[in-house]
Design a protein around this ligand. Structure first.
Ligand SMILES: [Zn+2]
Length: 205
């Protein structure tokens, strides 16, 4: 069973946003088949994160997606889990005067899995009309995805990753059952997720 990471917007913990960020195009994450640029935006250093609220969780949302605590980074590195390629520090913070000083947060980069979407068993709303671009890996339907209700994956491309993105769904992050167990065991806070077989079934750990 895999899960999709979602923002737990229930107000229990602080939320964040990059403060006056400078973004550049990241060229290191292109589709290996068609060469299409997948990387999105890269948040340049030095970075400042604005945090609203005074309860600091291990997974801080919504942007970047997510920022993770120092405690998470240390536990993850010792865990033997796979899929996170690296962590990058956020150097500066704007927090409320009443907030106890928070630990540092990091952004993460995750690998892309070679698993493809099983379109027969998934429930996906596509955008109207198709486009010219086609790629069996990153754009096999030549249509944009509007909404996913249920996602089934062809697991023959699975290489054991616990945190990953897919080529066909941009920067959405997916998690393995092992990863979810690791978060529960270590009582890490504010991980939002939904099982791939029902995107409506949102949970917060
Ligand atoms: Zn492609």
């Amino acid at each position: 069973m895999f899960y999709k990471l979602v923002w737990p917007a229930n107000g229990r913990f602080a939320a964040c946003r990059p403060y006056k960020p400078s973004y550049i195009a990241a060229g290191h994450d292109d589709c290996p088949l068609c060469g299409r640029h997948m990387g999105g935006r890269y948040w340049e250093h030095p970075r400042t994160l604005e945090i609203e609220g005074t309860r600091f969780p291990d997974f801080l949302f919504p942007t970047p997606y997510p920022a993770v605590s120092e405690r998470f980074v240390a536990l993850y590195k010792a865990s033997g889990l796979k899929g996170i390629l690296g962590f990058e520090e956020i150097e500066h913070y704007r927090i409320r005067k009443t907030a106890a000083r928070s630990d540092k947060y990091y952004t993460l980069t995750a690998m892309r899995s070679r698993m493809s979407i099983n379109y027969q068993e998934s429930e996906i709303d596509f955008g109207k009309g198709g486009h010219e671009h086609f790629c069996p890996l990153c754009d096999p339907q030549s249509r944009t995805i509007d909404r996913i209700k249920r996602l089934a994956l062809n697991e023959e491309g699975y290489a054991g990753e616990d945190v990953f993105k897919l080529y066909a769904t941009g920067n959405a992050l997916y998690l393995s059952e092992r990863f979810v167990d690791f978060v529960k065991k270590n009582r890490l806070t504010n991980l939002g997720l939904c099982p791939l077989d029902d995107f409506e079934k949102r949970m917060v750990l």
